[in-house]
Design a protein around this ligand. Structure first.
Ligand SMILES: Cc1cc2nc3c(=O)[nH]c(=O)nc-3n(C[C@H](O)[C@H](O)[C@H](O)COP(=O)(O)O)c2cc1C
Length: 207
C-alpha cells in the first residue's frame, strides 16, 4: 500500500496491478448480472472509494442511494409513473418494460450530484467532474472485487415523478444508477482509442 505521506513503499508490481485493473474494466449489462452482489462491507468499501474522488473545494458534490431488493417493487411503480409522465398513451408492453428495469441486478445504487450553487470557487462543471470520478472509483472497485457493473441513466430519472419519489432537492441531479452483480457470462472487452488519437502536445498559441 502506498502511504499518503510518502511514496516509499511504491513498487512496480503494485502499479501493474492497478493499471491492469483499470485497463481491463468494462461495463456489464444489468440483464446478465446475478446474485450475489457485493456484501454490505464491500459496498461500504466502494462508497469509501467513491469518496476518494478528487473534489474541488472539498464540498462533496455526490451522494449515493441504495435500492435494496425490498424496494424494487416500489421502484418499478416509479418507473411506470415516469413513463406515463412522458407518454400518457404508453401501452401494457411499454409499462412492463419500464417496470422490468427495476428488477435487474442484485445491487442497484443511485448516484446523485448535489450541486453547491452558492459555491463561488467551484463551478458546476468541476462538481459534475468530481461525480464522474466518484462513479469511476465505484466501477473500478467493483471490477477489482470480481463484480460486473454498469452505469445507466435513461430518461426516467429526469422526470418530475421520479425526482419527487426519490426525494431529490432542487439543487440535486440523479446522474445514474449503478447496477452491480455477478456476471452470468463474460463481458466483451472494449476497443479503446489509441493514446495518440486523443493526446496532443501544445506548442504555443494557436494561429
Ligand atoms: C453517467 C452515465 C450514464 C450512462 N447511462 C447509460 C444509459 O442510460 N444507457 C446506456 O446504454 N449506457 C449508459 N451509459 C454508458 C455505459 O454505462 C457504459 O459506460 C458504455 O456502454 C461503455 O461501456 P464501457 O464502460 O465498457 O466502456 C452511461 C454512462 C455514464 C457514465
Amino acid at each position: 500500500m502506498i502511504s499518503p505521506a510518502t511514496y516509499d513503499s511504491y513498487d512496480d508490481d503494485y502499479a501493474d496491478i492497478v493499471t491492469e485493473t483499470i485497463l481491463s474494466r468494462h461495463s456489464v449489462s444489468p440483464k446478465v448480472l446475478e446474485a450475489p452482489g457485493p456484501s454490505t462491507d464491500q459496498l461500504r468499501t466502494m462508497i469509501k472509494a467513491a469518496a476518494s474522488a478528487p473534489d474541488h473545494g472539498l464540498i462533496r458534490p455526490w451522494r449515493f442511494i441504495d435500492f435494496p431488493g425490498r424496494s424494487r417493487k416500489m421502484l418499478a411503480d416509479v418507473f411506470e409513473r415516469a413513463l406515463l409522465e412522458r407518454f400518457s398513451d404508453a401501452d401494457d408492453e411499454d409499462r412492463r418494460r419500464a417496470r422490468e428495469k427495476a428488477a435487474r441486478a442484485p445491487t442497484l445504487l443511485g448516484l446523485v450530484a448535489q450541486i453547491a450553487e452558492d459555491e463561488m470557487r467551484v463551478t458546476r462543471d468541476d462538481q459534475i467532474a468530481s461525480c464522474g470520478a466518484a462513479l469511476q472509483n465505484i466501477l473500478l472497485t467493483a471490477h477489482a472485487m470480481g463484480y460486473g457493473a454498469r452505469a445507466m441513466s435513461g430518461r426516467a430519472v429526469r422526470t418530475e415523478s421520479f425526482r419527487s419519489a426519490i426525494g431529490l432537492a432542487d439543487n440535486e441531479e440523479f446522474l445514474c444508477f449503478i447496477a452491480m452483480g455477478t456476471p452470468s457470462r463474460c463481458g466483451r472487452e472494449r476497443q479503446r482509442p489509441e493514446p495518440e488519437t486523443i493526446l496532443s502536445v501544445w506548442e504555443g498559441w494557436s494561429q
